[in-house]
Ligand binder design. Structure first.
Ligand code: ZN
Ligand code: ZN
Length: 407
């Protein structure tokens, strides 16, 4: 188990570097009960940083499982109003949101997939307003992780000390193993921001992807911005939304995706794994989707709403990144997406367009941003991936070769 000192370091990173909590601000933490010791540390650090109040939404994997196996069908069509109001009110009060993920990737294995889809749909509809706050950076938010026993056993099958091994891997990926993680993050954040502004200055019209199982072209909206590392919320306070993060990302033009793309890592989606899948696109729309594992879950995902058949994010991650070099498959998107180039099905971040957070839903759509109740990243990168950027005059240049930066 991690030492108290390690937990404190991790809590400091989440509150000060990730959320960058401001004096007088509230903090809402969502975490599993396995991680109470970490949540207590986070709470202490938050009050030290001047939090006016810290609230926690606890979850318990076992309770979630019991509900999905035993609750009546109609339970999944209803998202409680009081819970929606909690999210909406906290967001309106500019509360910061910290999510500490620990989910067992096989948690809902064997559950009727239509129950999961109904549950995702009712939550997706109820939290539309809150999602707008978060995805336009109207509030500061951060997603980080801590092990649960079942997740650790999935990552390190057969290991007696799986939980310790997963803590070590998480500490490495988040630079907690270094003597001064906060300074390391300042440097790393600067590098990611520089890469992002360089890509933005290129104003690529299109990206051309090729790899085994992948041949696709992605058009980028005229006013797209690449984002990497942290950035300011709409009140000008910097925060880093994912710990770890290794990606630079932007949005695709909703109707400008053509060709097919194959996954290179399993996708943990709502307690089920989707693996070895290929998506075919015509003018942005997913017209065919085939998975060797998890076909039903994949079908449910892309049928959630109209926007779930289109992409909302294009992210570049070099094959040689600390997480990727660790060789560990985390079965958790927060880590696996930061070891691989990826795309996301669903809603685009409005922050990826010039002045995006100020645009109306119609204006965002006009510029090519996809809207959906979902946003699910999936991994497509490998050491065999080449990506070209097409400049305004039609010439092409190498952006990535053999999975690594060529620029
Ligand atoms: Zn991403
Ligand atoms: Zn994403």
């Amino acid at each position: 188990m991690p030492t108290q000192e390690q937990l404190k370091k991790y809590a400091e990173l989440a509150v000060r570097t990730g959320i960058n909590l401001q004096p007088g601000q509230q903090l809402e933490i969502r975490a599993g009960i396995d991680n109470a010791p970490l949540v207590r540390e986070v709470t202490k650090v938050a009050y030290e940083a001047g939090a006016s109040n810290v609230y926690v939404q606890w979850s318990d994997d076992e309770m979630t499982k019991i509900r999905f196996h035993h609750a009546p069908d109609e339970a999944f069509d209803k998202f409680p109003d009081w819970l929606r109001e909690r999210f909406d009110q906290l967001a309106a009060e500019k509360t910061a949101f910290l999510s500490i993920v620990s989910e067992d990737p096989d948690l809902l294995n064997g559950v009727d997939s239509s129950r999961i889809a109904r549950s995702n749909k009712s939550a997706g509809l109820a939290l539309a307003n809150w999602r707008k706050y978060v995805m336009s950076d109207n509030v500061s938010w951060c997603v980080t992780a801590a092990p649960s026993e079942s997740w650790a056993k999935k990552v390190f099958p057969g290991a007696e000390n799986a939980v310790d091994l997963l803590w070590d891997a998480i500490f490495k990926a988040t630079r907690i193993d270094l003597t001064d993680p906060v300074s390391a993050w300042v440097e790393h954040d600067k590098n990611l921001r520089e890469k992002a502004s360089f890509l933005t200055s290129k104003k690529y019209k299109k990206l051309h992807y090729s790899a085994p199982g992948t041949e696709m072209t992605i058009e980028l909206p005229e006013r797209h911005l690449w984002i990497g590392g942290g950035g300011p919320n709409t009140d000008g306070v910097d925060f880093i939304a994912n710990l770890p993060t290794e990606e630079v990302f932007t949005l695709p033009k909703k109707d400008g995706v053509n060709g097919h793309v194959s996954s290179t890592k399993p996708l943990s989606y709502s307690g089920n794994l989707i693996d070895e899948f290929t998506l075919w696109f015509e003018n942005g729309k997913i017209v065919k989707a085939e998975a060797k594992t998890g076909q039903k879950a994949l079908d449910e995902l892309i049928s959630l709403d109209e926007g779930a058949r289109y992409l909302g994010e294009v992210a570049l991650v070099p094959h040689h990144s600390p997480i990727s070099d660790s060789g560990i498959l985390f079965y958790n998107t927060l880590f696996d997406e930061n070891a691989s180039c990826h795309l996301a099905i669903g809603r685009a971040y409005s922050t990826c367009l010039e002045n995006g957070p100020k645009l109306s839903a119609e204006e965002l759509a006009e510029q090519g941003a996809n809207d959906s109740m979902t946003h699910v990243d999936f991994m497509i990168g490998s050491e065999k991936m080449n990506i070209d950027g097409e400049l305004e005059d039609g010439t092409r240049e190498a952006v990535m070769r053999d999975g690594n930066w060529a620029i």
